[in-house]
Design a protein around this ligand. Structure first.
Ligand code: AHG
Ligand code: MN
Ligand code: MN
Length: 349
């Protein structure tokens, strides 16, 4: 009897290689499998993820050639709505997401931390039922030094008509996100996403130009002694956060990892466990990170993997923003480690 082709695929040392089926599990196919449907909603979501993947490929390509091209790295000289100096890659990546959704018929509005107001794609507006919220480049300070960067995305259903362009319906909590995830530009480019049915990671195979399934139904460890925070802000924090950091310093086994790009730090924590913190500071009481483009999408994803995300006082997914670019403090990661930080904030120990 002949064997199935994949069972013949043995590597040099006799270990079976990844099955052909898995190698053919592209992102768009995976979304359809997750939804177990070929209906219009499933087709839309699959197409949306495919476009996000295209944005990831374009950004990844530019980053990997940055040292060989003129005009890719460095600052533009502009300051964005967040009061932060804008890098050329921030602008490029912001425009990439707009470009990939033009004429998509899917997305009528895009809101990004780099744009003061949402960007409308009028030709999509009669039919585009979705809004894309995104952080085009997360960890901008790593751009010019060839270190890890990310993009963060979130998809919401558009509620109502938004005729006056105020996007008021976006001032809602994070529980109505339809999809969220990130692209990590590291040694390889990975895309990690959730549509509320677990968390799944894909790796870009540059020879195929496709994101191929790496791991399905990722689960974050309950606890790990990894903590990730910019300790340069120590004297800017509330005493309760300082007390937590003193606790990890005097407890054997804790180790610190902080890359300057939250997507990388959270990717590590998703796989190995631990906690990432960006608490409020004296100068920025709500911290640095933006709810709609950064903390809510990552909270949705990490919760789907069995983790937690809180401001220290409430779940991130319950926070209702008063304005588009609202910031929140963030404590995110393994449930036991998040609870530990929370107990310092709420009970002082
Ligand atoms: P962005 O590049 O989108 O502004 O986000 C950077 C964020 C986050 O990725 C990172 O963890 C943090 O800011 C780093 O900020 P500090 O330099 O203040 O630690
Ligand atoms: Mn960011
Ligand atoms: Mn950014």
């Amino acid at each position: 009897m002949t064997q199935a082709p994949e069972s013949l695929n043995l590597s040099m040392n006799g270990v079976p290689e990844r099955s052909l089926d898995r190698d053919c599990t592209t992102l768009s196919r995976h979304v359809l499998q997750q939804l177990q449907s070929f209906g219009p909603q499933a087709q839309d979501l699959s197409a949306l993820m495919n476009r996000i993947a295209l944005a990831g490929k374009l950004i990844s390509r530019r980053l990997s050639h940055a040292g060989l091209m003129e005009g890719v790295l460095g600052f533009t000289g502009e300051v964005n709505v967040q009061g932060e100096s804008v890098k050329k890659m921030d602008v490029y990546a912001n425009d990439v997401f707009i470009s990939v959704f033009k004429q998509s018929g899917l997305v009528c509005r895009l809101a990004s931390e780099e744009m003061e107001k949402p960007y409308y794609i009028p030709e999509n507006c009669p039919i585009g039922r979705y809004t894309l919220l995104y952080d085009p480049i997360d960890g901008s300070s790593n751009t010019d030094i060839n270190l890890s960067l990310g993009s963060i995305f979130s998809i919401r259903q558009q509620e109502g008509e938004d005729l006056n362009g105020e996007a008021k319906d976006l001032l809602a909590n994070g529980r109505n996100q339809i999809a969220a995830g990130y692209i990590l530009y590291g040694p390889s480019t990975m895309l990690v996403y959730t549509i509320g049915k677990g968390v799944h990671s894909f790796t870009l195979d540059p020879s195929l130009g496709e994101f191929i399934l790496t791991e399905e139904n990722m689960r974050i460890p309950q606890h790990s002694p990894i903590y990730s925070v910019n300790e340069g802000n120590f004297w800017q924090w509330d005493e309760s956060i300082r007390e937590y950091i003193r606790y990890v310093h005097r407890t054997e086994g804790y180790t610190s990892r902080y890359s300057g790009a939250m997507v990388s730090d959270i990717h590590r924590i998703l796989i190995q466990g631990g906690v990432f913190l960006y608490p409020g500071t004296l100068s920025k009481p709500d911290g640095k990170l933006r709810l709609l483009y950064e903390t809510a999408p990552l909270a949705f994803l990490i919760e789907q993997a069995g983790g937690r995300a809180t401001t220290g006082h409430m779940e991130i997914l319950d926070v209702v923003p008063k304005k588009l670019h609202q910031r929140t403090p963030l404590i995110i990661g393994s449930p036991k480690d998040v609870a530990k930080v929370e107990s310092f904030i709420q009970n002082g120990h």
